[in-house]
Design a protein around this ligand. Structure first.
Ligand SMILES: [Zn+2]
Length: 212
C-alpha cells in the first residue's frame, strides 16, 4: 500500500477520534508502520480534526524525521518503543477517552466486561503518569502482553495489526467505561466477567477479524 493511502487513513482516524469526543483539537496522535520499517506519525500541535495527508511526518526506524517541515508527535518515542517489541503491530492510536481515563485515574479497577472486549482488547494495563522517553521505556516492558495501556491523568495507547483495529480498541474501551458508569446510575455496578466466562467466550465467540 502506498504511503499516500496511509496518510489519508491517519488523517481520517484523527478526525473520527475528534468527532467521537475521544480527543480535543490538539490532543492525541496516531501512527502506522510501513512494510519497509518507516513510520508515519501525526504532527505535534496541529488541529487533529482537520489534518491534511501531507501534514503526516515520515520517521526512520531509528526515530529520525525523513521528510517533513512539521514536528512529529511528542509521543513518537512511545510509538517506536511499541513497534520495537511488537513486530506484529502496524498501527498505534493514542487518545484521551474521558470516561475511561476519569474512572481509572480516580482509582476504579477497570475489568473486562463484554464479549467484544474479551476478544478484541483483553485486559487493560495501567501506568501512573509518565511522559517522554520514561513512558516509552515503561510501555515497552508491558507491550508484549497487552493491546492497550492507560496512563493515569492522561490517556490510552492502543495498538493492532491495522489502524482500524487500534482505533476500534480505543472506541470499545470508552464504550465499556460508559456502560460501567450507566450501570451505577441504575443503582448497580456492572461486574466484570469472571476468568471462566472469558475463557468460554474465547473458545465459542468468533467475531469478524478486523483487517482494514
Ligand atoms: Zn495524550
Amino acid at each position: 500500500m502506498e504511503a499516500q493511502v496511509h496518510r489519508e487513513a491517519l488523517s481520517r482516524i484523527m478526525s473520527r477520534l475528534y468527532n467521537k469526543g475521544l480527543i480535543s483539537a490538539f490532543g492525541g496522535n496516531a501512527s502506522v508502520k510501513l512494510p519497509d520499517g518507516t513510520v508515519l506519525i501525526t504532527p505535534s500541535g496541529l488541529n487533529k480534526e482537520e489534518l491534511n495527508p501531507e501534514d503526516l511526518v515520515m520517521i526512520s526506524p531509528a526515530g529520525a524525521v525523513l521528510e517533513s517541515e512539521k514536528k512529529p508527535s511528542s509521543e513518537l518515542w512511545t510509538h517506536l518503543a511499541v513497534y520495537g517489541v511488537r513486530p506484529d503491530v502496524t498501527a498505534i492510536v493514542h487518545a484521551h477517552p474521558p470516561t475511561l481515563v476519569g474512572l481509572v485515574s480516580g482509582g476504579f479497577e477497570f475489568g473486562v466486561y463484554t464479549p467484544e472486549q474479551v476478544v478484541l482488547v483483553g485486559e487493560l494495563a495501567v501506568l501512573d503518569l509518565l511522559v517522554g522517553k520514561e513512558l516509552a521505556q515503561h510501555i515497552s516492558k508491558i507491550a508484549a502482553d497487552h493491546k492497550a495501556v492507560l496512563v493515569k491523568n492522561h490517556g490510552v495507547f492502543c495498538w493492532g495489526r491495522s489502524l482500524t483495529e487500534a482505533y476500534a480498541i480505543t472506541e470499545i474501551l470508552e464504550e465499556v467505561a460508559k456502560m460501567v458508569v450507566a450501570s451505577y446510575a441504575a443503582g448497580y455496578l456492572m461486574q466484570p466477567l469472571s476468568y471462566e466466562q472469558r475463557e468460554h467466550i474465547l473458545t465459542t465467540y468468533k467475531p469478524t477479524n478486523p483487517s482494514r
